[in-house]
Ligand binder design. Structure first.
Ligand SMILES: NC(=O)c1ccc[n+]([C@@H]2O[C@H](COP(=O)([O-])OP(=O)(O)OC[C@H]3O[C@@H](n4cnc5c(N)ncnc54)[C@H](O)[C@@H]3O)[C@@H](O)[C@H]2O)c1
Length: 273
């Protein structure tokens, strides 16, 4: 599905990272990848990268820094000779921007959360635009569906994700004429390091347990990664500005199903993997 595709995969830190699951699938489907990680996470990312099916170069890139994005563009050009797609799997918000009193969070922290979690999509898009061949490319970001309403605890990260959605649509507008598609995968809650920083993450897990008609396994990034890989392939060639939900169907339910919705003698179960 990804033969001859050259991909940048950002956001690797552990083997639980959604980026790891995408990198693994990308390699197994024939892609050549370059990984990027934040400087302070480089050692952990190296250890995770060693568990991928094939070796892949790992570069240091802080996506909030234009100098790093410029250096990353140059390095990726040298390593791959061009770029057909990129995964943006990066988010951060300081502790006081997640949970607690929404109005008490420091504006400086919110600015950093926005720059890291939303603005950086445009930064990575710039790298793809500059390195993509005339045939175009595909940029995929990771969303936690935040356009529709307010979540428990998610606070300013929810606002950043709403901004990410909006940014992806504007990028789809501007890059479409170059054949570059921009889409998001809205995943259900997954046990990754980033999720570990969300106080009250269990509230979200419980909500999924009650409301996802297909069930949801928070330890399996596979379904979200498969959706991202699809969007990176040419099979998604007419799709842009889209949010593809890989969330067990949670988003499509207005309320948790009544217990009588499960046929007698059957139990609600997670999707087969
Ligand atoms: N885990 C979930 O429940 C969940 C659900 C939906 C969407 N997402 C999104 O998936 C994406 C990946 O997160 P994850 O859950 O795999 O967690 P993760 O902790 O494995 O990955 C987050 C990554 O962001 C990187 N990062 C943070 N600041 C950075 C910066 N300035 N420059 C470069 N990299 C930086 C970290 O180094 C880390 O590799 C995020 O956008 C997250 O919001 C996560």
């Amino acid at each position: 599905m990804l033969r001859q595709k050259r991909l940048l995969i950002t956001g690797l830190v552990t083997t639980d990272s959604i980026a790891f699951a995408v990198a693994e699938r990308a390699q197994l489907n024939g892609a050549t990848i370059v990984l990027s990680a934040l400087g302070r996470d480089l050692e952990l990312a190296e250890a995770a990268a060693a568990k991928l099916p094939s070796p892949a170069p790992l570069i240091e890139m802080d996506v909030t820094r234009t100098e790093d994005l410029d250096a990353g563009r140059e390095k990726i050009g040298e390593l791959l000779g061009g770029l057909d797609g990129a995964l943006h799997a990066v988010a951060f918000a300081p502790r006081d921007a997640l949970g607690g009193d929404l109005m008490a969070a420091r504006p400086e922290g919110i600015e950093l959360a926005f720059r890291t979690s939303a603005w950086s999509l445009a930064g990575v898009a710039g790298i793809l635009r500059d390195l993509a061949p005339a045939s175009g490319g595909s940029l995929v970001g990771l969303d936690f569906d935040a356009d529709g309403g307010a979540w428990p605890v998610y606070n300013w990260m929810g606002v950043c994700k709403a901004a990410l959605q909006s940014t992806s649509r504007y990028l789809a507008r501007d890059l479409g004429p170059r054949g570059i598609r921009v889409n998001l995968v809205a995943a259900g809650p997954l046990h990754t390091r980033a999720a570990g920083g969300i106080p009250g993450f269990d509230h979200l897990l419980e909500a999924w347990e009650r409301q996802a008609p297909l069930g949801w396994d928070p330890r399996d990034a596979g379904p979200a990664a498969d959706a991202a890989v699809f969007l990176l392939t040419d099979w998604a060639r007419a799709i842009t500005g889209e949010v593809l939900h890989a969330d067990g169907g949670y988003h499509a339910m207005a309320a948790p199903p009544a217990t009588t919705d499960v046929p007698e003698g059957q139990e609600r179960r997670a999707y087969a993997t």
